[in-house]
Ligand binder design. Structure first.
Ligand SMILES: [Zn+2]
Ligand SMILES: [Zn+2]
Length: 175
């Protein structure tokens, strides 16, 4: 959802509430598209005092990530907070053209969806587990050990070793 504030800014200082449609279907994390769910609408509070425009709001979202141990799709609650503040002059939001964090086009269009997507990326949990005691997958045959056992000859993983593997995987995902 892109919010055009040109008419609002032209009228001078104002304050208003508005709801915009939520339309973020996925976010790309480390090159992989992750499914996003959120509310129908996002409530925003806009204040323009003549020199600054602030946009505040928030919504409860969730993102589906693979479990760090067994790769099962896992829905992770990901609340989003929107808190933007832009300097305004001559009826236009003043931004540097190549600052991607400003989320503003043509000085008056705020890309709320891009803001939400960025917040979801920032909020990505360091560790994703489908359940706290996820047993992972068999390193030999790939069997999901939460769903069943296999007959592979493997030593019982040391819990410290498992942690190390999680960290290692995280680094791989960041690449
Ligand atoms: Zn798991
Ligand atoms: Zn196995």
């Amino acid at each position: 959802m892109k919010l055009d504030v040109s008419l609002d800014l032209a009228k001078g200082p104002f304050e208003k509430e508005l709801a915009v449609p939520f339309d973020v279907a996925e976010v790309t994390v480390a090159g992989e598209a992750r499914k996003v769910e959120g509310p129908e609408e996002v409530s925003l509070h806009l204040v323009f005092d003549g020199s600054h425009l602030s946009v505040d709001g928030g919504c409860d979202c969730s993102v589906t990530y693979p479990c760090d141990r067994c790769l099962t799709d896992t829905v992770v609650d990901s609340p989003v907070e929107i808190s933007l503040d832009f300097p305004v002059s001559d009826g236009h939001i003043q931004v540097t053209p190549d600052d991607p964090e400003d989320f503003v086009e043509n000085g008056h269009i705020i890309d709320i969806s891009a803001v939400i997507a960025e917040e979801l990326l920032i909020g990505k949990p360091g560790k994703v587990l489908c359940r706290p005691d996820c047993k992972g997958i068999c390193p030999v045959c790939g069997q999901n050990l939460n769903e069943g056992t296999c007959n592979c000859d493997r030593t019982v993983p040391d819990p410290r070793m498992q942690q190390f593997q999680d960290v290692f995987k995280k680094f791989k995902e960041v690449e």
